[in-house]
Every structure is written in structure tokens, then in C-alpha cells.
Ligand binder design. Structure first.
Ligand SMILES: *Cc1c(COP(=O)(O)O)cnc(C)c1O
Length: 398
């Protein structure tokens, strides 16, 4: 037999290209800064998660360089064997203090935290309840568990109550119930009603797990995140998960909560136990990023100043910014074709903002998703707004 066993690779890729569902990767030439170079053009960056521009903060960069000098380029192992460095421990101590939690645990990525921890919290005979718009890494974590699953309508507390009451009525034998939600939803920029979720969970004896990847550095006192934003306690929210790859400007996932949670999590999460630990430069840069958040409140303040200015001006031009309550500001466009044309024209005018189209959002829910940055000047914003206005008129949207 002379069959090519890997012919499907090219065929699958060609299918994606034909349907315009393949990723055409842009190349960032230099640092991720509010003004940067993408594919050879100078552009204003409106789609990075580097909310506070901390990836370019001198303290953060210097900490990374210094850690290479003092600790080398790599950690040499997984944390449970020989790769548990003083820098990793220091980072967890600093993060727990920042989050006002008893303890924190750092994973290699946020994806590794969700996919490693969620399936350990619930198993056969348990129930997981998830918001329908939760992040893909939560969905993968959910898929790795043998627990029963239920999904509630996006941020719909009546629906969540119904799911909880149904579970109580039809299967009172569930050992554990886990409610999981994003804190800030990445496609719309809306905020989960975590206070109400916690209250419902309390009534039904359920655990609460929040993924605050887009809330950290953004919401709450000094950017401490959604738990701080709602003034909730560790008895209300049992697992606060987050990432260093967004507002903190580096990379790495984390969970915060009780000492019991952390002891359980690192002994049980396969992603944590079986994957090499962060290079020293990563841990040191994350510590420095926490330092900056604790000592320089201007970054979070500027982020919100820019967010409010941009959202208000876009709305007054007649654009629909959807449900945005945070620095994630979608500009609703409608169909995918228009969204793609909109983004391409923006790029020609020096604004880098990508379209979000089906299947990531519904067929008529295509949008340009913008993400604000504390480092954008008023002048940068005004230029970007002018570009949106021009393209919006060209495409008869405003
Ligand atoms: C980005 C993101 C993650 C993944 O975090 P990484 O550290 O980049 O792996 C998880 N959850 C949500 C909601 C995110 O937006």
C-alpha cells in the first residue's frame, strides 16, 4: 500500500484557507508598545493585552536581565524535582500579598492553570457549572473532568439559579458543585456579576472559581482584580485564577486562595507537576511587575482615562461598543466580510486592531476588538479615533 499517512495535514490547511478561517500571522518587529512596527508599518497598537505597558517598564526589564546574570537562563527541572528556585517562592509570596490571599501558586501559563486544576476540583459524582462564554482554557479543563456539566446563559443569574435548583432536585447526591466564570469576558469586555454568583453559590454550598485574566491590573483597588472590585472575601470566591501574560506584561498563570487550596493544587495539577518551571527571568520580571503595580498607581489610572475617552468618543461618533465596561472595547460591525475590510483599512491608516469573526462570535456578531493601553497618549487616541471615523464613513456604518 502506498498511501500517504499525512496527506490530511495539507488538505485540512487548504480547507481553512479556502474558508478564510486560517490564521495569517502578523509579525511584530520590536517590542509590544503602544506605537510599534507590524509587518514593516508603524502602527498604533490597539489589540495587545499588555494593558499597562509593563512589558517595557525599565524595572521589569532590568529585573529579567539581572535574574539571568544571577540565576541563569533556565530552571533545570520541574518544580517538584530540582526546578523550584527562590525566585519562584518569592513571586508566590509577593502575589499572595498583592491579592490579599493566604497563598498563591504560579503555573507556567494561565492555560496550564485552568487545564491542570479544574479537573482535580471535581470528578465523577460532582457537577461543574460554566458560563456559556467562558474562555477556551476553562472549556479544556472542564473536558478533562468526569464530573457532570451544565452551562448557564451568559451572566444570567436566573438561569444559574435554575441550574442549581435543578441539580438539588434531581440529583441531591452530588458531592461537590463548582461554578466557573471568567471575570472579564474577552470578546465583549463585560464583567461577571461575581457578587451575585458568590451569593447563589453560598446558598447551594457550591465552590466559586473565577478566571480573572482580563481583570487583573484593570479592576479593583490598584488593579488587584475582580475579587477586590466586588469587595469579596476568600470565603466567597474559593479560587481566583489569573495570568501574568496580560496586564502584568510577562507570562505565567496563577491561582490564589487558601493555603489548603495551594497545597492541594500543586500536589494534584499534572500541568504543574510534569512541566518545566519558569526561567528565572520570568519569575523576576513578574515580581517587578507586582512591585510597579504596588508603587505606581498612575498606570491603572491612565488605562481608565484612555478607556473612558476612547469609548465615549466612539459612541458619540455613532459606533456600537456593545456591552463593554472595561478597557476591552468591541466596535460592533455585523458580518465577517465587513469586519475584515474594516480592519484592513485601519491598518492602512496606521491602526492595528483585529477583527473577531465567526466562529469566535456569532455570524452577525463580527466586531473589531480594541484593547486600551495606559501608554497611549491623547494624541495617539485622537489619531486612532479619526481613522475609525474615516473607515466607518467609507463603509456606511456611521
Ligand atoms: C488569556 C487567557 C487565559 C490564558 O492565559 P495564558 O497565561 O496566556 O495562558 C485564560 N483565561 C482567560 C480568560 C484568558 O483571557
Amino acid at each position: 500500500m502506498n498511501r500517504n499517512p499525512v496527506s490530511f495535514l495539507g488538505a485540512e490547511y487548504d480547507k481553512l484557507v479556502t474558508n478564510e478561517l486560517d490564521w495569517r500571522l502578523r509579525v511584530l518587529q520590536g517590542p509590544s508598545t503602544p506605537k510599534c512596527v507590524v509587518d514593516g508599518s508603524n502602527v498604533t497598537m490597539l489589540c495587545s493585552n499588555n494593558y499597562l505597558n509593563l512589558s517595557n517598564h525599565p524595572k521589569v526589564k532590568d529585573a529579567a536581565i539581572e535574574a539571568v546574570r544571577s540565576h541563569g537562563a533556565g530552571s533545570g527541572s520541574v518544580r517538584p524535582i530540582a526546578g523550584n528556585m527562590d525566585l519562584h517562592i518569592e513571586l508566590e509570596r509577593r502575589l499572595a500579598a498583592f491579592k490579599d490571599a493566604e497563598a498563591s501558586l504560579v503555573y507556567q501559563t494561565g492555560f496550564a492553570a485552568n487545564s491542570g486544576l479544574i479537573p482535580q476540583l471535581v470528578d465523577e459524582g460532582d457537577l461543574m457549572i460554566s458560563d456559556e462564554l467562558n474562555h477556551g482554557s476553562i472549556i479544556d479543563g472542564v473536558r478533562l473532568s468526569k464530573a457532570d456539566r451544565a452551562v448557564y446563559k451568559h451572566c444570567d443569574m436566573d438561569d444559574l439559579r435554575e441550574v442549581l435548583e435543578n441539580a438539588e432536585m434531581h440529583k441531591p447526591s452530588y458531592r461537590r458543585i463548582l461554578i466557573i466564570t471568567d471575570g472579564v469576558f474577552s470578546m465583549d469586555g463585560d464583567v461577571a456579576p461575581l457578587d451575585k454568583i458568590a451569593a447563589l453559590a453560598h446558598d447551594h454550598g457550591a465552590m466559586v472559581y473565577v478566571d480573572d485574566a482580563h481583570g487583573e491590573g484593570v479592576l479593583g483597588d490598584g488593579g488587584r482584580g475582580i475579587v477586590s472590585h466586588f469587595n469579596l472575601s476568600r470565603d466567597d470566591v474559593h479560587v481566583e485564577m489569573g495570568t501574568f501574560s496580560k496586564a502584568f506584561g510577562v507570562v505565567g498563570g496563577h491561582v490564589s486562595g487558601s493555603r489548603d487550596l495551594v497545597n492541594f493544587a500543586y500536589n494534584k495539577s499534572r500541568t504543574w507537576l510534569l512541566s518545566g518551571s519558569h526561567p528565572p527571568a520570568v519569575a523576576a520580571a513578574c515580581i517587578a511587575a507586582i512591585d510597579v503595580l504596588e508603587t505606581e498607581p498612575k498606570h491603572v489610572k491612565n488605562l481608565w482615562r484612555n478607556t473612558e475617552r476612547f469609548r465615549e468618543q466612539m459612541q458619540s461618533l455613532g459606533f456600537d461598543t456593545g456591552k463593554s465596561m472595561t478597557p476591552i472595547i468591541p466596535i460592533m460591525v455585523g458580518d465577517s466580510g465587513t469586519a475584515n475590510r474594516f480592519s484592513a483599512r485601519l491598518y492602512e491608516l496606521g491602526v492595528f486592531a483585529l477583527p473577531i469573526v465567526f466562529p469566535m462570535v456569532s455570524k452577525d456578531g463580527a466586531r473589531i476588538r480594541t484593547i486600551m493601553n495606559s501608554g497611549l497618549t491623547v494624541h495617539d487616541l485622537d489619531q486612532a479615533i479619526a481613522a475609525f471615523e474615516k473607515v466607518g464613513r467609507e463603509l456606511d456604518m456611521i
